[in-house]
Design a protein around this ligand. Structure first.
Ligand code: BJ8
Length: 426
């Protein structure tokens, strides 16, 4: 019996299945993370966060809600975190990265829906996600068709959805629509939290979110070193934790880890041998605990040096201006910052191609693995454009889901790809 059983029971979780899930997660973490060699000491904090992923952090949120704060769930990096914090809300990423509750989810969703959508649905329907249960509002967005339609049903089930109408072009009309949607979210948050969002509150919140982004940028830049001072798996985990940890604590702990990594870079201490094939992963987001591709790559001898993804650079690449001339100016600047994000749901989306090339060069990548979740039309389609843009550069296209059924086949393809990359480096 865990210390948290009473809390989980009050949140309506299915305790026996939940225990099974935590055991499974613990074993996966042990096998994938804790067997890595030469990890930085600063990862101990993130190991602790994971060991308490449904425990301490949930308790913190439960306690904060008792003290009057509201939990705001999100599924997408287009939802402005600055607004949530300025409303005294707790920002909680709800995307899920494990195959859970699939039969229940398929009662609402077509079988050929991407694993990410099925997972957040499945976690809810199987009563296994405490994060969804500590939200007072869930903010969705009109990005891909799968999410749009899933949110309709999710709204009926949860009764607390607010949908932001995200345009799919960055035209003047699209920008005006998005600016209006940011203002509409502000009003909704004010109603739910009872807190008036002012320019001053937004400036404070922006500083907090930007500091988190600056720490993530610092981590990203350190990975340009050869040997890379931290594994791709650990860096991915940090990017995943960024979506639900307390932002001030997260930033402090990440900066502490980066101080340690600075020393490692100076001393040329790495996790993979110098000269190991350096791989940039690009494409669909990898929500926690989706560690499959990084694990396959790194146990095949690669060093993953970057994620061109929403659980990665798309989340922290751009900062929001920190000085506002009144609330209208603040909302405009925030809206514009979010429209710099280069998700494949936009057309055209040429910035993404430019950003991939830039990341490849800055991180000195030797190859790119393009990752699309199966049935994700957006990223699967853009994979063709990315391949064309990269011309002769080593490029591997992977389409997969959360199951491990294709792991053997993927490993064979990855090993062949890495062999080709190594030969090209000679
Ligand atoms: S900004 S990537 S977080 S929408 S993988 S559900 S796109 S079918 S997650 Fe995303 Fe926002 Fe874009 Fe990022 Fe649909 Fe594709 Fe599934 Fe996806």
């Amino acid at each position: 019996m865990s210390n948290y059983d009473q809390m989980w029971k009050e949140l309506g979780l299915d305790l026996p299945s939940h225990e099974g899930l935590l055991n499974f997660l613990g074993e996966a973490y042990q096998g994938i993370y804790l067997t890595q060699k030469n990890r930085p000491k600063g990862m101990e904090y993130f190991d602790f966060v994971i060991s308490e992923v449904h425990g301490l952090r949930i308790k913190e949120i439960v306690d904060a809600r008792k003290a009057g704060k509201k939990g705001i769930g999100t599924f997408c990096v287009y939802v402005p975190e600055e607004l949530v914090l300025a409303a005294n809300g707790i920002y909680i990423g709800l995307c899920a990265g494990a195959e859970v509750g699939t039969p229940q989810a398929e009662q609402y969703l077509p079988r050929n829906t991407c694993a990410l959508i099925k997972a957040f649905f499945g976690f809810k329907l199987a009563n296994l996600c405490p994060y969804g249960e500590v939200t007072d509002l869930i903010v969705g967005e009109t990005t891909c068709d799968g999410k749009k339609k899933a949110y309709e049903a999710f709204g009926e089930i949860t009764g607390k959805m607010h949908i932001m109408d995200l345009p799919n072009t960055k035209s003047a009309e699209g920008r005006a629509l998005w600016r209006a949607e940011v203002a509409r979210l502000k009003e909704k948050l004010e109603t739910v939290t009872g807190v008036k969002i002012t320019a001053e509150r937004l400036a404070e919140a922006t500083k907090i979110v930007n500091d988190k982004r600056r720490a993530l940028q610092r981590l990203a830049a350190l990975r340009a070193a050869d040997p890379t001072p931290i594994s791709g798996l650990d860096a991915l985990l940090i990017n995943q934790v960024a979506f639900y940890d307390d932002p001030l604590r997260f930033t402090a702990m990440l900066n502490k880890l980066c101080d340690e990594l600075d020393g490692r870079v100076k001393d040329k201490v790495g996790v993979a041998p110098m000269g190991a094939p350096r791989i940039l992963v690009s494409g669909s987001p990898m929500a926690i605990p989706n560690w499959k591709l990084h694990h396959l790559l790194e146990t095949s001898g690669a060093a993953v040096v970057g994620e061109e993804s929403c659980v990665g650079a798309r989340n922290y690449r751009a900062l929001t201006p920190e000085k506002f001339d009144g609330i209208e100016d603040a909302l405009t600047k925030i809206a514009e910052r979010y429209l710099t994000i280069d998700c494949a749901c936009f057309t055209p989306n040429d910035e993404r191609l430019e950003n991939i090339v830039k990341m490849r060069d800055e991180l000195k990548a030797d190859g790119i693995v393009h990752y699309a979740l199966q049935f994700c039309t957006l990223y699967t389609s853009e994979g063709f454009k990315v391949a064309k843009e990269l011309k002769e550069f080593p490029f591997l296209r992977v389409e997969t889901d959360y199951s491990m059924e294709d792991a053997g086949q993927l490993k064979t393809r990855i090993e062949a790809f890495l062999e080709m990359v190594r030969n090209r480096k000679k």
